[in-house]
Design a protein around this ligand. Structure first.
Ligand SMILES: NC(=O)c1ccc[n+]([C@@H]2O[C@H](COP(=O)([O-])OP(=O)(O)OC[C@H]3O[C@@H](n4cnc5c(N)ncnc54)[C@H](O)[C@@H]3O)[C@@H](O)[C@H]2O)c1
Length: 366
């Protein structure tokens, strides 16, 4: 595999349709647009992404409500970041969280935590965007689209102007807003990521682990597509410690009827509604999912997670952001994994993409 020197994506040299020569070396690109950018100024890209750009381990959090603040706390305790900057429309809220977090510094690894403005996104490895209106009881994620698109059209250019490494979108509807952030920022696709179904996949693993009485970390299961109503459970690929679910069921001896499986998936899909109905918001599990994504990137782990990114040609799906398993590294998305799906899963994933595209068709990206 070669690496596109502009966006960092892995490119299969034998199948690459875009390549060029520079100083005796052949460079391969994922797209014509990366190739043109390279050819306009090769010196800016040669070796650029192999430098240790990420030493500061600086994370900026835009939006310090329930999700942003809980993520900041989880990140602080993780020891992964050395600089955390909190940015909010209500500056006092960010400052209050900073004071409170700093009072705990005696108990964690050293980390610099401060409040700031958008200029603090400069030098950030990742800017995590949780700013936006939250989902209200009874409101679907897609109901939020217009409100949060307007917020994103205001804040994403201010973030992109500071040229942080990666923009990680969390605000809902996350797949739509990831697409908005990608278009408005002008960033290459590998550097704009949505938290997507990372949380739903964790919920699915947890519920399966309860059903199968094993540790959730021994469950391999994916939720793909939209983070929301049209998401898809990939039952055909669920495995428990390497054993396909259908082979594991007789070992476990518990009933695993289609109705039971449907019940588990309904609980995954309804989880946010159930939690919001009880406590008004969700914050803990999403914060941990974000720490997992951010750690995977900062540590260059090449971990496979289900996050949202631009999909262009996956099972015929084009020009929409949704979740599929991807490999995450310092460059953001370094590979999208073509997981094997059965016919019904393919058609559900395509349906999820269509549902997102119909929403994208209704918003003004200009
Ligand atoms: N992707 C996921 O898995 C997931 C999970 C939970 C919540 N969410 C989403 O995350 C978002 C935040 O949820 P929350 O519960 O923290 O909401 P919240 O209302 O508690 O916090 C939102 C914060 O954003 C700030 N904000 C709003 N507009 C801003 C702007 N223009 N610039 C800067 N800051 C701004 C607000 O001042 C507030 O502090 C929501 O869209 C919610 O639906 C996503």
């Amino acid at each position: 595999m070669a690496r596109d020197p502009v966006c960092g994506m892995e490119v299969n040299e034998r199948q690459a349709r875009h390549s060029t020569q520079h100083e005796g070396e052949t460079y391969f690109f994922c797209s014509e647009s990366c190739k043109s950018r390279f050819e306009s100024d090769p010196g800016a890209f040669v070796d650029a992404r192999t430098q240790p750009l990420w030493e500061s381990r600086k994370i900026a959090v835009v939006g310090t409500g329930q999700v942003g603040a809980t993520f900041a706390f989880a990140l602080m305790t993780s020891g992964v970041a050395s600089n955390i900057v909190l940015i909010d429309r209500t500056r006092e809220r960010a400052e209050g969280h900073v004071m409170d977090l700093n009072h705990g510094l005696s108990f964690v690894q050293p980390v610099n935590i401060r409040a700031g403005g958008y200029e603090e996104c400069r030098g950030a490895d990742i800017v995590v965007v949780t700013a936006g209106a939250a989902q209200k009881p009874g409101e679907t994620r897609l109901d939020l689209v217009r409100k949060n698109t307007a917020i994103f059209k205001d804040i994403i250019p201010r973030i992109a102007e500071q040229e942080p490494g990666i923009i990680l979108v969390v605000a809902n509807p996350v797949d739509i807003l990831t697409y908005v952030a990608l278009k408005v920022s002008g960033y290459p696709m590998n550097r704009v990521i949505g938290s997507g179904t990372s949380l739903d996949t964790a919920r699915f693993s947890y519920l399966l682990s309860r059903h199968c009485t094993v540790d959730p970390r021994n469950v391999h299961a994916y939720i793909l597509g939209e983070h929301g109503d049209s998401e898809v459970a990939v039952w055909s690929q669920v495995d428990i410690a390497g054993v396909p679910l259908s082979d594991y069921c007789p070992l476990c001896g518990r009933d695993c009827s289609p109705e039971q499986k449907e019940g588990i998936f309904e609980q995954v899909k309804g989880a946010a509604y159930e939690i919001i109905h009880r406590k008004g918001y969700t914050n803990f599990a999403v914060a941990l999912a974000l720490v997992r994504i951010v750690s995977g990137i900062l540590r260059n782990e090449h971990s496979v997670l289900t996050v949202s990114s631009l999909v262009d040609g996956y099972y015929g799906i084009r020009d929409v952001c949704l979740s599929i398993p991807v490999v995450l590294s310092l460059n953001g998305i370094s590979r999208q994994i073509p997981i094997k799906l059965n016919d019904s899963e393919v058609s559900s994933l395509q349906g999820s993409a269509e549902s997102l595209k119909s929403v994208l068709g209704e918003i003004d990206l200009g």
